[in-house]
Design a protein around this ligand. Sequence first.
Ligand code: SAH
Ligand code: SF4
Ligand code: F3S
Length: 450
Amino acid sequence: MKFFLHTYGCQMNVRDSEAVSAVLSAAGYVAAESEQDADLVIVNSCSVRAKAEDKALGKLGLLCASRRDHPGRLVGLMGCMAQRLGNEIFKRVPTLDFSVGTRRAGAIPRLVERVIAGERGISEFSDPNEVPDVPEAHTEDGGFSAFVTILLGCNRRCAYCIVPDVRGCEYSRPAREIVAEIAALTRHGVCEVTLLGQSVMNYGRMNPVWDDAIDPPSPGGYREPFARLLEAVAALPGILRVRFTSGHPSGCTAELVRAMSTIPQICHHLHLPVQSGSDRILKAMRRGYTREQYLDAVGRLRSAMPDFALTTDVIVGFPGETVEDFEQTRSLMDAAGFDNAFIFKYSPRPGTPAAAMEDDVSETEKMRRNQVLLSDQDLRGVRNNELLVGTVQQVLAEGRSLRNAKRWAGRSDGNKIVVFEPVPGIRAGAIVPVRITRAAPQTLYGEVVQ
Ligand code: SAH
Ligand code: SF4
Ligand code: F3S
């Protein structure tokens, strides 16, 4: 039986899909080249905004209807929307075969077996407090870069956010398990890892992650668990680059700044979602920092790393956001000097504290604010990238450029896409020095320094 996974949402879902692929392959199922070829299609869903759920629901509808041309095709759902809706999903998509919540991806082969045996409409959901069953990351050959979830769930409960409801409480995976998983990935050619967590710097705060009898603290004394994990991962043979996401200003401690600026494998890039530049809105959002604290964290990172790259997420149109609040966000974005920003229009999520507030910014106004921030960011992006013209960037070569097969593409330490002319002997998965000759808002162009 051939399977295909459709993945919506964040990198955590991408990672979970890879894990499910690995589990299904181990159980004897075969990955299909495309959805058309698949006898089993699983939609890995996201709940973060209403639009994300609409996409997954639309896809499920089409897949169920596709059984006309593909009789007996099995359709399953997993991920955040599965967890949020529970068995309610079978009212919305009556011919769905199975649904599996977060933290239960390991149960998928078992449910598939039952569906093959003739059961329909079956499900398994998790309790937010349960210790998750984390399937191994994929270890197929071919990729140089891998995501590894280190911290599941979230305890922060920002007023607008559904993630704590669907992903449960914070749980840090034991450090030894993470290190072993990454060591296994390096044996399959992975040289760059991105450590994932909703508030990734909280790693190790809620549950013990080190067994000190086996893993004594590094000589040199106390290390915060997250910084200590960064050291352990960076020290693995074959690991050239370590990234992590998402950050929170409260985690940008002196120890973290020290780790980032002194461990050579750690990229000088941070995704540090700010959400708003207005203290009033930040407070209503329950983000746990002020505008000044955010900018202070950025200042400390920049002064330790002159080549530091910074990206962010922003929500426009949170309940009560006035034009003045919005202008505060604009000015913060200028002051922080973001290299890239993802802008989202506020979407009320059922059961969150913000859903009880009036969604009082009109759709047109949300759209306008969204456009303003996007065009500000385009200008800022080109300006930041132009400053890199003439510099030499260390680029992890990924292979031929998608747009122009004569060229190669890769990513810089600061996570920017760099397109360059290949040189003889170039190899995907190697880090090459590239002198930047031209800058566009999202891309840098250059030549390999021989
Ligand atoms: N844990 C990450 C964010 C995860 S969700 C963090 O706190 O940094 C990814 C992004 O989606 C958020 O940063 C936020 O900008 C956006 N988002 C979350 N809930 C939203 C909502 N209800 N409406 C619009 N955007 C939302
Ligand atoms: Fe959501 Fe806030 Fe947790 Fe991020 S930190 S996942 S925005 S509750
Ligand atoms: Fe979406 Fe779940 Fe990620 S809600 S953003 S897929 S944690």
